[in-house]
Design a protein around this ligand. Structure first.
Ligand code: PEP
Length: 251
C-alpha cells in the first residue's frame, strides 16, 4: 500500500480575510487535480470562514492552526472543535513548536486537544521535533519519541490512523536551514518504528508522517521521495501560490 501524501500550508499569523481570499483565488487554478495528494491550507481563525467559502468545489481542504479541547464554556479566546466543523474546517494543526515554545503548550495539552479533535471528527496534524540544543546534545530520539508517546497517548488504532504526525525540527522552522533528506528520513524511520511498536504494523504503515522545516520547491521532491516521508507541513512557502503549488506537485 502506498500512503497518500498530505501537503498542508500553515499560514501562521498572516493574511486577513480579504488577503486570504486573494491567495485562495491564486491557488485554485494551480491546484486542479490533486487526487494523489491531500492538500490543506490553514489560515488564521479570522480568515477560515472566508477562505473556506472561496475553496468550495475545489479539492483543497481547510484546516485550523489549533483548537481547544472543550466544546464550549468559560475559555476566553479559545475555539472548540465543533465550531471548526460548522464552517467547513476539516483539519487542525496541534502542538506546533511555536505553540509549545511561545505559548507554553505541553504534550499533555496536545493530547487533550487531539482526543477532542478526533472525537469531533477533525483530522489532526500533531507536530513534534527537537531544538538545535537537543540535537547537539544527542537527544533527538529521546525528545522526539517522548513527545510522540505523550501526545498520542491513549489513542485507538483507528484514531491513530486518522492522525497525521508532522516531524518538524525546530532549528529548521523559518530558518531556511532544512534537514537533509537523510537526516529527516532517519527520524521518520524512528517515528515509524515507534508507531509500529505502539499501534501495530498495519496502523503504523497507514499513518502519515509529514516533514516540516523550510520546505521549498527546490528541496521538496528529494524530501518527499524518502520512504517514510509522506508530504510536508509548509510555513513560509505556503504564502506564495506558485511555491506552494510547486511543492504539492513535487515528484
Ligand atoms: C511551519 O511553520 O510549520 C514551518 C515548517 O515553517 P517553514 O516552512 O517556514 O519553515
Amino acid at each position: 500500500m502506498t500512503r497518500k501524501r498530505v501537503v498542508a500550508g500553515n499560514w501562521k499569523l498572516n493574511l486577513g480575510p480579504e488577503e486570504g481570499i486573494g491567495l485562495v483565488q491564486e491557488l485554485l487554478p494551480l491546484l486542479t487535480d490533486e487526487a494523489k495528494c491531500d492538500v490543506v491550507i490553514c489560515p488564521p481563525y479570522l480568515t477560515l470562514s472566508d477562505a473556506g467559502k472561496a475553496l468550495q468545489g475545489s479539492q483543497i481542504e481547510l484546516g485550523a492552526q489549533n483548537v481547544h479541547w472543550a466544546e464550549s464554556g468559560a475559555f476566553t479566546g479559545e475555539v472548540g472543535p465543533s465550531m471548526l466543523l460548522t464552517i467547513g474546517c476539516r483539519w487542525v494543526i496541534l502542538g506546533h513548536s511555536e505553540r509549545r515554545q511561545l505559548f507554553g503548550e505541553t504534550d499533555e495539552g496536545v493530547n487533550q486537544r487531539l482526543s477532542a479533535s478526533l472525537a469531533a471528527g477533525l483530522k489532526p496534524i500533531v507536530c513534534i521535533g527537537e531544538t538545535l540544543e537537543e540535537r547537539d546534545a544527542g537527544r533527538v530520539e529521546d525528545v522526539v519519541l517522548g513527545q510522540l508517546d505523550r501526545s498520542l497517548a491513549g489513542l485507538t488504532s483507528q484514531q491513530a490512523t486518522a492522525t497525521t504526525v508532522a516531524y518538524e525540527p525546530v532549528w529548521a522552522i523559518g530558518t531556511g536551514r532544512t534537514a537533509t533528506p537523510e537526516q529527516a528520513e532517519e527520524v521518520h524511520a524512528m517515528i515509524r518504528n515507534r508507531l509500529t511498536a505502539t499501534f501495530g504494523e498495519d496502523t503504523a504503515h497507514q499513518m502519515r508522517v509529514q516533514y516540516g522545516g523550510s520546505v521549498k520547491p527546490d528541496n521538496a521532491a528529494e524530501l518527499f521521495g524518502q520512504e517514510n516521508i509522506d508530504g510536508g507541513l509548509i510555513g513560509g512557502a505556503s504564502l506564495d501560490a506558485e511555491s506552494f503549488a510547486a511543492i504539492v506537485h513535487a515528484r
